[in-house]
Design a protein around this ligand. Structure first.
Ligand SMILES: NC(=O)c1ccc[n+]([C@@H]2O[C@H](COP(=O)([O-])OP(=O)(O)OC[C@H]3O[C@@H](n4cnc5c(N)ncnc54)[C@H](OP(=O)(O)O)[C@@H]3O)[C@@H](O)[C@H]2O)c1
Length: 271
């Protein structure tokens, strides 16, 4: 645990809570060095019980931290940044924003050029240290970027990307959790129909997904190579797989992803 690390999470909703849980679970930050905010603080009682500082005052939280996560909704970001601006000290703090569609340029326009800004796109698996967190660092802040990357690596894997790809990373990595879980749910429903209890079907399906992803991440294989190993000629797997494809399996996933991307791009254009 880094004794000097003090972290504020401004807007502790779904993502903010997942980040807080991940930081605590990995012992990256001690509970008394973590400051979490939202307006309905009663919803953060579980953190209070763990001796985390729970506040409504964003400025107070930011003033005590050297790492300030911003995890509010896009329409709330400007107000929160204006609120904390007087508490920001150049050379002592870094802002890490996970706010979708809110550019580093916009943040710097509010906070000034001397406060380092890093934009990130994690997913809710930060809570268990299994996120893929894509990140972009504002020009001129490479050293701070490296420190942030080290911190984020306690929440899963990190990947540096160009800021223009942030919306694409939102769809693939963050929305991707929902896409993957709906796939898991469908596998489970199929498993129930062929004889397993819901609980057992879900367990088999989830571990199968984890194992399949592990084969790709650990061996660096192309998915089709692994699929070829499972599909015996005239066998059971290929019959099911082809039936899924006849019904638009890959096509429907790609179309869904592109629909989400079209939507996020139109939202960005309106901002
Ligand atoms: N969920 C994900 O998987 C994910 C992944 C990557 C990025 N993101 C991005 O992260 C951001 C948050 O998403 P989310 O899903 O976590 O949304 P969320 O659950 O609505 O969280 C936002 C939180 O901000 C709090 N808030 C609003 N105004 C505030 C203020 N003035 N001061 C302090 N807290 C305030 C809200 O709580 P109160 O109403 O109690 O104040 C709410 O809990 C969004 O920009 C989203 O696009 C989300």
């Amino acid at each position: 645990m880094n004794q000097n690390l003090k972290v504020a999470i401004l807007g502790t909703g779904n993502l903010g809570m997942a980040i807080a849980e991940g930081l605590l679970k990995s012992k990256t930050v001690a509970p008394p060095d973590l400051f979490v905010t939202r307006r309905k603080v009663e919803l953060l009682d579980s953190f209070r019980r763990k001796k985390v500082n729970v506040l409504t005052d964003n400025k107070k939280a930011a003033a005590q931290a050297n790492i300030v996560f911003l995890t509010v909704k896009p329409h709330q970001a400007e107000n929160v940044l204006e609120e904390i601006k007087p508490a920001l000290k150049a050379g002592q703090q870094v802002i890490i924003s996970a706010v979708t569609g809110f550019s580093m340029e916009k943040i710097i326009a509010i906070t000034g050029k001397n406060i380092p800004v890093v934009r990130i796109m994690p997913n809710t698996a930060v809570a268990i240290g299994e996120s893929i967190t894509c990140m972009s660092v504002a020009p001129g802040f490479d050293a701070e970027g490296e420190k942030v990357e080290k911190l984020l690596s306690s929440l899963g894997r990190t990947l540096r990307i160009r800021e223009e790809l942030m919306e694409a990373s939102t769809v693939l990595g963050a929305c991707g959790v929902a896409f993957a879980l709906r796939f898991l749910r469908a596998l489970t429903q199929g498993g129930i129909e062929i004889g397993f209890s819901a609980e057992t079907a879900q367990y088999i399906a989830a571990q199968t997904m984890r194992g399949a992803a592990g084969l790709i991440l650990e061996n660096g294989q192309h998915p089709e190579k692994e699929i070829d190993k499972v599909t015996t000629p005239m066998g059971v797997t290929i019959s099911g797989l082809n039936e899924m494809e006849h019904n638009g399996f890959s096509s429907s996933l790609i179309k869904g992803l592109v629909t989400s991307y079209t939507k996020i791009s139109s939202m960005k254009a309106k901002n």
